[in-house]
Design a protein around this ligand. Structure first.
Ligand code: SAM
Length: 254
């Protein structure tokens, strides 16, 4: 059952990422805003997707492991790294639910927008903490649970049951609707991470696994697992998204 769900998540990203590579330069700026700047020995990018974060991490870490469930995403990431001639990134396929890395083997563990897409986000969190060395830093971005989350979730559950043909018409119609609202209201919405509304809609409503955290719950997870807790951005994730929050903490040394 868990494997089945994970296979669906993998299939979604195998299809999604190769056609939706985020803006690398914007991501790079963002990474340097949220990761404490120092030189790292070994960084882990858990759920690297197209690898845009890993490329930035490769500038501040001697070695980077870019890790993802989706092989097609990893291939996109490896092609990007080759283009930039970055040689200190190793691409590894696997699941955050059971990371094939030694305990305490990274001094930076970074995972942007990933654990909430895994079948068991808390188990993924524990795995990320396990591979982090004492004194090392864990940076996470996760979906924020709000009072309106249930409406989003009802819509997503309906969308996930749509036949393929209806899915593409639904996405097109909703995109037309959003574009016209933005035009009428003269909203200048910047979508740096992905300019296509269609891709956004796919990501909002058709992603197979989606979980949410409150800031309190995340603070308890950090504290309960021996990490300090620092809330970096509340309701302002990458590129001013209202749906994420970003946290970081240092693993206790005793
Ligand atoms: C929203 S994307 C984020 C990608 C990247 N971190 C970024 O910021 O561009 C979520 C990623 O998590 C990966 N993923 C989902 N479940 C996973 C799992 N169990 N283990 C590892 N990666 C997983 C997906 O393949 C996808 O690339």
């Amino acid at each position: 059952m868990e494997n089945d769900r994970q296979d669906k998540a993998q299939a979604f990203y195998d299809d999604y990422w190769p056609k939706n590579v985020p803006d690398y330069k914007k991501t790079r700026e963002h990474v340097f805003e949220i990761v404490p700047t120092r030189k790292y020995k070994k960084a882990f990018d858990g759920g690297c997707g197209t690898g845009v974060n890993s490329l930035a991490l490769a500038e501040i870490a001697e070695n980077v492991v870019a890790f993802d469930l989706s092989s097609a995403s990893l291939k996109t990431a490896a092609d990007l790294a080759a283009k930039l001639e970055l040689k200190n990134i190793k691409f590894v396929q696997g699941s955050l639910l059971s990371i094939p890395q030694e305990d305490s083997s990274f001094d930076l563990v970074y995972s942007w927008g990933v654990i909430h897409h895994t079948v068991d986000p808390v188990k993924s969190f524990h795995e990320l903490v396990r591979i982090l060395e004492p004194g090392g830093c864990l940076v996470l971005a996760v979906y924020l649970q709000t009072r309106l989350t249930f409406i989003h979730e009802i819509t997503r559950k309906i969308c996930l049951k749509m036949p393929r043909l209806i899915k593409s018409s639904f996405i097109k119609s909703l995109a037309v609707f959003i574009r016209s609202i933005e035009k009428v209201k003269k909203l200048n919405v910047v979508r740096d991470d992905n300019p296509y509304i269609e891709s956004k809609i796919e990501d909002w409503f058709f992603v197979p696994e989606k979980h949410y955290f409150t800031i309190d719950a995340m603070e308890k997870l950090y504290g309960g697992n021996g990490l300090t807790f620092e809330l970096l951005c509340e309701k302002t994730g990458r590129f001013k998204s209202t749906s994420n929050f970003i946290v970081r903490g240092i693993k206790n040394t005793n």
